[in-house]
Design a protein around this ligand. Sequence first.
Ligand SMILES: *Cc1c(COP(=O)(O)O)cnc(C)c1O
Length: 372
Amino acid sequence: MKTETIAIHAGNHVDESSKAVIQPITLSTTFERSPDGTYAAGYIYSRSANPNRTSLEHVLAKLENGIDAACFSSGNAAGMAVFQSLKPGTHVIAPDDMYHGLRNQLKNLFAGILEFDFIDINNEDVLKQHINPSTGLIWIETPSNPLLKITDVKKVVDIARQHGIKVVCDSTFATPICQQPLALGADLVMHSSTKYFGGHSDLMGGVLVTAEKNEWWQKIRQVQEMGGAIPSPFDCYMLVRSIKTLPYRMRGHLHNAQLLAQFLEDHPKISQVMYPGLASHPQHLIAKDQMTGGFGGVLSFCVVGDEAEAKSVINSVKIFTQATSLGGVESLIEHRASVEGPDTKTPLNLLRVSVGLEHIDDLIADISAALG
Ligand SMILES: *Cc1c(COP(=O)(O)O)cnc(C)c1O
């Protein structure tokens, strides 16, 4: 089946008892045991499994071409489950341009438990130099946040395989519509479903999808069940509902982002635009090769001048909302360095945009007026 069909049907089934076309929300935390001690539907207690979460995990596994998915209460909880599944002392290689929330997790919560290096993963020599006998995981994020750097997934996987190292790809910016990291050889793909899967800036969630049900995956399932950072039945229902329109929403995001990137690139008050769909992007050819479904809906740009000039732009826009996060139907703009805090390496004149589904003419007119 094609993606649009999977998105609509793989997370839903007609309810057998009521014949409701849309699967109802099962709020019950507990499930009846039969006289012989078995559980007729396989459900025991909602922390372990719940019908709405099962449906959500099913559609997400299908969309990523994986064989199983585990959903969490946030993207950070999904990332944390990966780190918690590793043996203490494991060395993790992560990108220097990594989602700051996960970078802070490693630095603050896993210091003394895991070893880690934040490096330029795209530099093959640097990557090889950092691999040691205890390296167990290479974490990649492509496109990256907020610099929209592209990592060549196949190339990293090739190197990792030679050393028996696992590869996890944070594919939040891309969604399975744009790229499918498991098909490129990654062991797991991770998403913050708070972003494009939710799509309406009104729920939090995270997911891991696996290519294989191996021992490592069993461990991750244990972290999910025993740790209990699970999404509520209502959030699972909301996600299943939103995912139905994901392929069509992404078409709009991709279309608008490409046109906005091109407009900004030609603007005299802008020194640099970071969007993998632009021929000027340093890794545009790699992006073209692995992002077969499009280049995503997020872009960053640097305003000529410093922090003050950049902040004057975000304070002048009228349609874009000045807020963090991404993937919703409404366009957002933010001064990224302020969000990331004092140890940020993000340029102070950089603004990050989540391009929404408003009409592109209105978005361009708004930002054009704000640039003066
Ligand atoms: C938002 C985000 C996360 C974290 O997800 P939450 O749902 O906020 O916990 C991780 N990675 C990327 C790339 C993100 O954009």
